[in-house]
Design a protein around this ligand. Structure first.
Ligand code: PLP
Length: 436
């Protein structure tokens, strides 16, 4: 019998049921993915026991020989994957990685210019409820609400806002934006106002690693990411500095070249924002980066984009609004106003059909963030399971059936959802040691 089952049946039951939930349903949360058994194995290893404050070769604890090996593997693989000159794989999460960036480059009260949360930005890009909005003076740019660039960022408006605000740091990156960013233009704007350019590629890192979206590394002074979204690794964060990143001006940076930028960031991670790094997670990141360096990873990311596009087109054909009219990446933002349905209701009805999505604000949303007029749909997780564009058109069809029926079709649709997922098995409960 599995140790967890005999020792702690309550936790065992929940873990078991959660694996069943992941196995049976459609996982369409754009920020989620399914890691491989090898990534899971490293994550569940006794490396969790090890304290290793510091960096490989420069630790504050003994016994770090093997964890040094895995952290070096993670760093080297990440550098190769993104063409980076410097990386730090220790941040516990995307939010922690971003905290280190603020600590390294901003003084309390300094000005930040970032993408508005209600237009697809992230909490850590200056939201008033987050440390970034409480400690720093946050200003925002957004997407256009109408006109030819509806749902997209107009760079002329970003430039005008940057000139008006004169931020110390300009952030680029999003949690709910389906179009690519023009990092070269963002860098020009940052240079015009003497700002640091920070790119948070948390959502799109896997697509960028595969060369399918614009690469921020040559343009940004600093890049942050999570490792668990399109990158398909364990839950965690990472910081990177590009090989070709132009030397930042001494006026905006405490030091003045890519190497010392990395050193500033290393100290901002530890001791600045974390204590001991999570060595089991770092081992697991190394495994995931190894997977991402294989050619199959590029094919996976190509399929992810094709699937998101197929889903968006199928929903457009059924009369749904798709913010910006489509997608360049792994997600699409559906505006439900034409259907007279809120994001909150759609999320709940789809949940009854075992289709997991999240309600999401759409640009110009009249509803509160607890209700919203939209849902965000992502393709990464179901693409990992082997769904192709035809499968995603069927996913769109089932979503429409649930929403158009006001949820009454949810139970019937659930049967079809389970039939489709059964054709693309995910985790083997027995292999995970979770068979009761
Ligand atoms: N940055 C962006 C753009 C994100 O979308 C997210 C998470 O959704 C984060 C940062 C934060 O990552 P974490 O949840 O690991 O703290």
């Amino acid at each position: 019998m599995h140790a967890l089952q005999s020792q702690d049946p309550e936790v065992f039951q929940s873990v078991h049921r959660e694996v069943e939930r992941q196995n049976d349903g459609f996982e369409l949360i754009a920020s989620e993915n399914f890691v491989s058994p090898a990534v899971l194995q490293a994550l569940g290893s006794p490396l969790t026991n090890k304290y290793a404050e510091g960096l490989p070769g420069k630790r504050y604890y003994g016994g770090c020989e093997e964890v040094d090996v895995v952290e070096d593997l993670a760093r080297d693989r990440a550098k190769k994957l993104f063409g980076a000159d410097w990386v730090n794989v220790q941040p516990h999460s995307g939010a922690t990685a971003n905290q280190a960036i603020y600590l390294a480059f901003m003084d309390p009260g300094d000005k930040l210019l970032g993408l508005d949360l209600a237009h697809g930005g992230h909490l850590t890009h200056g939201s008033p409820v987050n440390f970034s909005g409480k400690l720093y003076e946050a200003h925002f740019y957004g997407v256009e609400e109408s006109g030819p660039l509806a749902g997209r960022i107009d760079m002329d408006h970003v430039r005008a806002k940057a000139k008006e605000v004169q931020p110390r740091m300009l952030s680029v990156g999003a949690s709910a934006y389906s179009r690519d960013f023009d990092y070269a233009a963002m860098r020009e704007i940052a240079d015009e106002v003497g700002a640091i350019l920070w790119v948070d590629m948390a959502h799109t890192a896997g697509l960028i690693a595969a060369g399918l979206l614009n690469d921020p590394l040559p343009h940004a002074h600093v890049v942050s990411t999570t490792t668990h979204k399109t990158l398909r690794g364990p839950r965690g964060g990472m910081l990177l500095v590009g090989k070709d990143a132009p030397s930042p001006s001494g006026a905006t940076f405490r030091n003045g070249n890519a190497k010392s930028t990395g050193q500033d960031l290393d100290s901002a991670v530890f001791p600045g924002t974390i204590g001991g790094p999570l060595m089991h997670v770092i081992a697991s990141k190394a495994v995931a980066f190894g997977e991402a360096l294989k050619p199959e990873f590029t094919a996976y990311q190509q399929q992810t984009i094709a699937n998101a596009q197929a889903m968006a087109e199928a929903l457009l054909e059924r009369g749904y609004g798709v913010v910006s009219g489509g997608t360049d990446n792994h997600l699409c933002l559906i505006d439900l106003r034409a259907k007279g349905v809120t994001g909150k209701d759609a999320e709940a009805w789809l949940g009854e059909a075992d289709i997991t999505v999240n309600k999401n604000m759409v640009p110009g949303d009249p509803e509160s963030p607890f209700v919203t007029s939209g849902i965000r749909l992502g393709a990464p997780a179901m693409t990992t399971r082997g769904f192709d564009a035809d499968d995603f058109r069927r996913v769109a069809d089932l979503i429409d059936r649930v929403i158009a029926s006001g949820g009454t079709e949810a139970e019937a649709v659930r049967g079809e959802v389970h039939a489709m997922t059964a054709e693309h098995p995910l985790y083997d409960i027995a292999d995970l040691g979770l068979a009761p």
